[in-house]
Design a protein around this ligand. Structure first.
Ligand SMILES: [Zn+2]
Ligand SMILES: [Zn+2]
Length: 258
């Protein structure tokens, strides 16, 4: 399994100022190529990092927010070679694919016609891309239809919690994960995060989660300005000391191979 972060920024300020890049995550597992959450800069950073867009097997969208979906239509253009070579599977939350109540969909009809298969998921829905089994997980976030993903390849189970705060039972969805990617947007010092902003993961929430799951490795990403100011590595180190679980803070364009 190979994971490359095409960006580790999260939230509006960090993304709009490009304090970190925000292009999403490229994953290779069990012979399949997946692209997760193509935020602003996905196309440009994919090209700069030689991500094989034209031969992707699937693109996954966790929820509607721009830091996760901004480049989806332009990525579909690249994937389908301008609509001339339609292929692959687009998997996403109902909100991102079709819209939900007053939330507008992100994927335009024109671009939907340039993907071979589209699967809109709610929690516990699953599908197979070759040997890779993908299941949608529950989140508590300001997109009420937002999801996370369990990506189960032949050897490793990768879990991506998506955006959202810790809630009782989140660990049940991700309990078998070997590698857990957490959108740890806020640091410990941002104690007002839940009250003021709501439904976002902070370092204390991550600690609760990893103490219950105890995966092989936790990778933090999706950093807001507040956590970048104090250093995500310091939060990762504290989590590792508290839990005894290996925790790393991802850097832009960093590659992990297992
Ligand atoms: Zn986000
Ligand atoms: Zn979000």
């Amino acid at each position: 399994m190979k994971i490359q972060f095409l960006g580790t920024a999260g939230g509006r300020t960090s993304v709009s100022k490009q304090l970190r890049t925000s292009g999403g995550i490229y994953i290779e597992t069990s012979g399949k190529k997946l692209y997760l959450d193509p935020g602003p800069g996905a196309l440009i950073h994919s090209r700069k990092n030689n991500i094989p867009i034209e031969t992707l097997d699937a693109i996954l969208l966790s929820h509607v927010h721009q830091d996760h979906t901004n480049d989806i239509n332009t990525m579909i253009d690249a994937w389908s070679e301008g609509g001339k070579n339609i292929k692959g599977t687009l998997i996403g939350s109902i909100s991102a694919i079709d819209g939900f109540e007053d939330i507008e969909k992100i994927v335009l009809n024109y671009h939907k016609n340039h993907v071979k298969k589209i699967i809109a998921m709610v929690e516990n829905d699953s599908t197979d891309i070759g040997q890779v089994h993908i299941t949608a997980t529950k989140t508590q976030h300001s997109d009420p239809k937002g999801i996370g993903f369990i990506i189960k390849g032949e050897y490793k189970i990768l879990s991506y919690i998506g955006d959202g705060c810790y809630f009782e039972g989140l660990e049940e969805y991700h309990k078998n994960s070997d590698i857990l990617i957490v959108n740890n947007i806020f640091p410990r010092s941002r104690t007002d995060a839940d009250k003021k902003i709501g439904y976002h993961m902070d370092t204390y929430g991550t600690l609760k989660l990893i103490n219950k799951i105890r995966p092989e490795l936790v990778i933090l990403q999706h950093f807001a300005q507040t956590i970048l100011a104090i250093g995500p590595e310091n939060e990762a180190k504290w989590l590792e000391e508290q839990s005894g679980v290996k925790v790393l803070a991802a850097k832009d364009f960093e590659i992990f191979e297992f």
